[in-house]
Design a protein around this ligand. Structure first.
Ligand code: ATP
Ligand code: MG
Length: 335
């Protein structure tokens, strides 16, 4: 029988993103906990019904690397999506609370995402489109699964802020508006892996800046990147001595998401396209196998980037000694 909103009782709050809010709910009949995501769809009823139809594909997505789907329904201006409840939630929350993820665990996260991507592509010919730490979920059994993949074209079109929410993990070719493929998901994976290993969003730190032209743009860049986010969304002033120049008016455009610097989204997109890809830093801190893997995820030319299947054969993945028990222990520790 189709799942209905009336069958569910809200028991908790799991978070909110650009596209919607997520609650922990109890399926009254079975006693099963689920995660219910409500996505606000500002569109005609016909479009909402189309989205609902497209979401039904998820009933056929069944893999240990993919968060299970229980059903979707219309609920006034929202589309409700019910999925498997993952009791350690997403990796962004985990690293923001517990700090950088140990590199060997990051290796297993890579493997899980690659297996999930391979499943989606081989079985359903779909790419994910939104790989990032908040869409990689963990439970206390040590399972790692991906969610929020782009099954419904109408849903992608209808969610108001898709661009802002996802742009910071976007590959250069996607930013430039060209054709893109699963290779674009691999770029997003590479960015996510660095973020988890470093415990911070990888773009822009002081070493990244070049001092070639000392014009006002560079000055403005400096100014915008020295105000750092404290992780609670507030911008913290740097301890550097204040300059005498009057401050410039704040930028009008959107701030980049992804939990990092106070850099405008346009600056960030330009940076991704024009500058060398980020790496695991400092060099030598992490195993060379991890460095190599990340570097090959972040080839700027999509043709040179590796595919999920190729990456699954990398020594970092194949030679990993992390067991399921280790993953479970780690998952239990990040409560
Ligand atoms: P964006 O809207 O930019 O994609 P997001 O992925 O954080 O960001 P949502 O997908 O709405 O936004 O999810 C909000 C939060 O809810 C996530 O960060 C995650 O921690 C939590 N969450 C989502 N799905 C589940 C789930 N199935 N089980 C447990 N927690 C979940
Ligand atoms: Mg999400």
């Amino acid at each position: 029988p189709e799942l209905r909103d009336d069958d569910l009782k809200v028991v908790g709050d799991l978070g909110a993103g650009n596209g919607g809010t997520v609650n922990k709910v109890l399926h009254k009949e079975t006693g099963l906990y689920m995660a219910k995501k409500l996505v606000l769809i500002d569109a005609k009823p016909a479009v909402r019904k189309q989205i609902l139809r497209e979401l039904q594909i998820m009933h056929h997505c069944s893999s240990e690397w993919i968060v299970s789907f229980y059903g979707a329904f219309l609920c006034d201006v929202h589309v409700g999506i019910c999925m498997e409840y993952m009791d350690r939630r997403s990796l962004d929350g985990i690293y923001k609370k517990h700090g950088a993820v140990p590199i060997d665990i990051v290796g297993k996260i890579s493997e899980a995402v690659l297996r999930g991507l391979t499943y989606l592509y081989d079985e359903h010919r779909i790419m994910h489109r939104d790989i990032k730490p908040s869409n990689i979920l963990v439970n206390s059994k040590g399972d790692i699964k991906i969610c929020d993949f782009g099954v419904s074209g109408e849903l992608i079109n209808s969610v108001a802020n898709t661009f802002v929410g996802t742009s910071t993990y976007m590959s250069p070719e996607r930013i430039q508006g060209g054709n893109y493929s699963v290779k674009s998901d691999i770029w997003s994976l590479g960015i996510s892996l660095i973020e988890l290993a470093l415990g911070r969003f990888p773009f822009m730190n002081d070493d990244d800046q070049d001092d070639s032209d000392n014009d006002s743009d560079l000055e403005e860049m400096r100014r915008t990147i020295t105000g750092r986010d404290d992780g609670q969304g507030r911008v913290v002033e740097d301890k550097k001595p204040k300059q005498d120049k009057p401050p410039k008016p704040p930028r009008q455009h959107q701030q980049a998401g992804g939990g990092g610097m106070n850099m405008s989204i346009l600056d960030l997109l330009q940076h991704i396209v024009n500058e060398p890809a980020p790496r695991l830093v400092p060099a030598g801190k992490y195993p060379v196998e991890a460095e190599q893997f990340v570097e090959d995820c972040l080839r700027k030319e999509p043709g040179e980037r590796k595919s999920p299947k190729e990456l699954l054969l990398y020594p970092w993945i194949v030679d990993s000694r992390v067991t399921k028990d280790d993953l479970e222990r780690w998952a239990i520790s990040v409560d």
